[in-house]
Design a binder for this molecule. Structure first.
Ligand code: AP5
Length: 218
């Protein structure tokens, strides 16, 4: 495949959970702007210090910063045969820049819109835990870790700073205002597949794989 598969959807819809599996399925890199920015915050780089001003409040990091990050990442050799994008693009300006980058690489775009209700988003975010060592995502109820606070790899689990309820609500508001319009943007370009994200993780994954197989046959 020579495709960029983009995961679009509200915060906590399950984009990361599914995107990692889809990247393993196709053997192409998984690229998450959220993960790249969180690593920079943890390492206290200049980028991290700047990004944290926005992330801690649930706001978007400025377009020029994230567009630059993605441009550098897509230019690496491992993206030659495609990639999985999680959390980018999030604004129309980001979508237009990405279109330009992918056209230059002669790469197709498929957008998977993971559709989940607001109540479910809050439930999923507030009980999320992430491994500080390997990045694996758990949920205290639906996919609990094997041992309290400890990942399968032995790493310690933590709760993201932006997973507090008031920040989750702000992330949802920002999503509706700035990112949800991309659903129309990609529908107009005939590049959007709507995936029901309300089921169990395995059910959502099957829905994604069968939707992707259908477009490959079409
Ligand atoms: P980012 O890290 O991208 O966060 P997000 O889009 O808000 O998405 P999440 O990572 O919160 O959720 P997800 O959909 O991946 O769900 P997950 O699989 O973890 O961005 C963070 C911040 O960085 C932004 O707010 C912004 O400040 C900045 N940023 C990033 N990209 C940017 C950009 N392009 N432009 C500007 N700023 C940017 O699942 C959530 C939970 O639900 C987990 O506990 C999981 O186990 C559970 N779960 C998953 N699937 C299911 C299921 N089917 N059933 C039950 N539980 C499930």
């Amino acid at each position: 495949m020579r495709k960029a598969i983009i995961f679009l959807g509200p915060p906590g819809a399950g984009k990361g959970t599914q995107a990692v599996k889809v990247s393993e399925f196709f053997g192409v890199p998984y690229i998450s702007t959220g993960d790249i920015l969180r690593t920079a915050v943890k390492e206290k780089t200049l980028l991290g210090i700047k990004a944290n001003e926005y992330m801690s409040k649930g706001e978007l990091v400025p377009d020029d910063v994230v567009i630059g990050i993605i441009e550098d990442r897509l230019n690496r050799d491992d993206c030659m045969n495609g990639c999985i994008l999680d959390g980018f693009p999030r604004t129309e300006a980001q979508a237009m820049s990405l279109e330009r980058m992918l056209n230059a690489k002669n790469m197709d775009t498929v957008v998977l819109f993971i559709d989940v209700s607001d109540n479910e988003v809050i439930r999923r975010n507030s009980k999320r835990r992430v491994c500080s060592k390997c990045g694996r995502i758990y949920h205290l109820e639906t996919s609990p870790p094997p041992k309290d606070g400890i990942c399968e790899c032995g790493g310690t689990l933590y709760q993201r700073d932006d997973d507090k309820e008031d920040v989750i609500r702000e992330r949802l508001r920002v999503y509706r205002e700035k990112t949800a319009p991309l659903i129309d943007y990609y529908t107009r370009r005939n590049q959007l597949l709507r995936i029901d994200g309300s089921g169990l993780p395995e059910e959502v994954y099957s829905g994604i794989i069968s939707a992707l197989k259908k477009i490959d046959k079409a």
